[in-house]
Design a protein around this ligand. Structure first.
Ligand code: AMP
Ligand code: FE
Ligand code: FE
Ligand code: ZN
Length: 300
């Protein structure tokens, strides 16, 4: 394998299996067309797109890791935990993801009721239809609000109704970050903190304190490269990753039409995630699973 220094990867991508607009196959094709050597599909709370993505990745000879993005809470703050290179058929892990999607299914009608209460005639059935009964979330509600011509764009739907703190925002009944990290480890994977600098509130002890406490719970990596991170933030996150001996990950978090101006592999134009990060993650994980073949939660 030619590990040229300029080889790139994208380790944060969404498909129609959650709230992206491209099918898993289209995501892989776009990553390949953008020149990526490696990728991971990280749909919210589901691995339903993986088999299709892997088939396409094999055809196009782009390297792929299994992936997922789990919404969790830590010290009352919502955090997103990325899981990589785990066994997508691990039974307890699949059961956990099923449970998380069930919680999503229960949350949709509650948000819809809030919208109805403020006079918006939206129906849950349409939201589930748009989500194709996969991993429904606020972006699918936003699309229905656009369809009903109540909002011009999905962004407007978040800004007016669905975003954190807006009238129809409903806190999710999420699992703890500790549970998410342990479950990823038990399925043989690596856990990374997604977009650490993109938060609606400030955790106690600031970013460094949050990372330190997640490290104690077994966190393996930090998402350093993300379109929401300015150069200064990336530098700070690299420093924190080195300080806490964490691996680094990165990706565009592209949702297709749901993230205008963000391209796979390139983010807003200046994203460059070295393929070396993909390689380091895979090597570390495979070395650890050889060291403990009975896969179980690793000590923090
Ligand atoms: P949910 O998983 O239902 O809580 O929805 C979260 C998803 O909605 C995120 O993964 C983003 O894709 C999108 N999202 C969250 N907040 C915003 C926002 N303020 N503006 C646009 N999209 C957002
Ligand atoms: Fe999303
Ligand atoms: Fe996220
Ligand atoms: Zn994401």
């Amino acid at each position: 394998m030619n590990l040229a220094d300029d080889a790139l990867c994208d380790l944060h991508l969404h498909s129609t299996a959650s709230d992206g607009s491209m099918t898993p196959k289209e995501v892989v094709r776009s990553a390949h067309a953008a020149g990526m050597r490696g990728m991971a599909l990280t749909d919210h709370d589901t691995v339903a797109g993986f088999i299709e993505a892997r088939r396409e990745a094999e055809d196009l000879e782009i390297e792929i890791l299994s992936g997922v993005e789990i919404s969790a809470v830590h010290d009352s703050n919502e955090v997103h935990i990325l899981g990589y290179d785990f066994d997508v058929e691990d039974r307890p892990f699949c059961e956990l993801l099923d449970d998380l999607r069930e919680r999503r299914n229960r949350r949709i009608p509650k948000i819809v009721t809030r919208l109805n209460e403020i006079g918006i005639p939206i129906q849950s059935e349409r939201v589930f239809a748009i989500a194709e009964n996969q991993s429904p979330g606020r972006p699918h509600i936003a699309r229905v609000l656009v369809e009903l011509e109540i909002c011009r764009t999905t962004q407007e739907a978040f800004d007016r109704y669905l975003g954190d703190g807006k009238p129809a925002h409903l806190k999710r009944n999420a699992i703890s970050a500790e549970q998410a990290i342990s479950a990823i480890h038990a399925a043989g994977g690596i856990a990374s903190l997604a977009h650490p600098a993109m938060r609606s509130s400030h955790p106690p002890g600031g970013l460094s304190g949050q990372i330190e406490s997640l490290r104690r719970l077994g966190l393996d990596a930090l998402e350093v490269h993300h379109p929401s991170h300015l150069r200064r933030t990336r530098r700070n996150l690299k420093r924190l990753a080195r300080h806490f001996e964490l691996l680094m990950t990165g990706g565009s978090d592209c949702h297709g039409d749901g993230s205008p101006g963000v391209a796979i592999g390139r983010g807003r134009g200046d994203l460059r995630v070295p393929f070396a990060l993909f390689d380091a993650l895979q090597q570390r994980n495979r070395a650890e699973s050889q060291a403990s073949p009975e896969t179980g939660p690793r000590p923090a």
